[in-house]
Design a binder for this molecule. Structure first.
Ligand code: 5GP
Ligand code: ZN
Length: 142
């Protein structure tokens, strides 16, 4: 897609530090390196976000995660874990609208990664959990 920075990287019009490539996906270092080894996995097909994937594309992309995660972990014995983050939509902090999955190695609890989930379980009754469960499963059945 024109004017898409990741399509330009995929096409070789913009340089990147590639770590993996096949017919369907490209993985390259994120320019910001939130922590050393921070990598992006992207489908070569331009899809804006998770809402545009079909199952076949998801299989091709998401199936690469374990091997890539292991390869990143192997670069440094100080890597103790890894966050896999996939932002969808501006409200969810997506800034590049060609879908991508962040693999962010974790070295210490002090790593500057800002997504920390709130615990709202005190606010939910059994009925409220059940209502949300039903709403989602109803839509899956359609
Ligand atoms: P998002 O905020 O959409 O989840 O993540 C977009 C990511 O793309 C950011 O972490 C940003 O550093 C990275 N990024 C943006 N432009 C470029 C670029 O030209 N090259 C590389 N390697 N990464 C980029
Ligand atoms: Zn694109």
């Amino acid at each position: 897609m024109e004017d898409c920075i990741f399509c330009k990287i995929i096409n070789g019009d913009i340089p990147s530090y590639k770590v993996y490539e096949d017919d369907d996906v490209l993985a390259f270092l994120d320019i910001t390196q939130v922590t050393p080894g921070h990598t992006l996995l992207v489908p070569k097909k331009h899809v804006a976000d998770i809402f545009e994937y079909d199952a076949d594309l998801a299989t091709k992309v998401f199936a690469k995660l374990p091997e890539l995660a292991r390869a990143i972990k192997a670069i440094n014995s100080d890597i103790k874990g890894l966050n896999i983050v996939n932002n969808n939509g501006q409200i969810a902090y997506q800034s590049v609208f060609h879908s991508h999955i962040h693999l962010i190695p974790r070295y210490t609890s002090e790593d500057d990664i800002s997504i920390k989930f709130a615990d709202n379980s005190d606010l939910y009754s059994a009925e409220q959990y059940s209502d949300v469960q039903k709403a989602i499963t109803n839509h899956l059945a359609k």
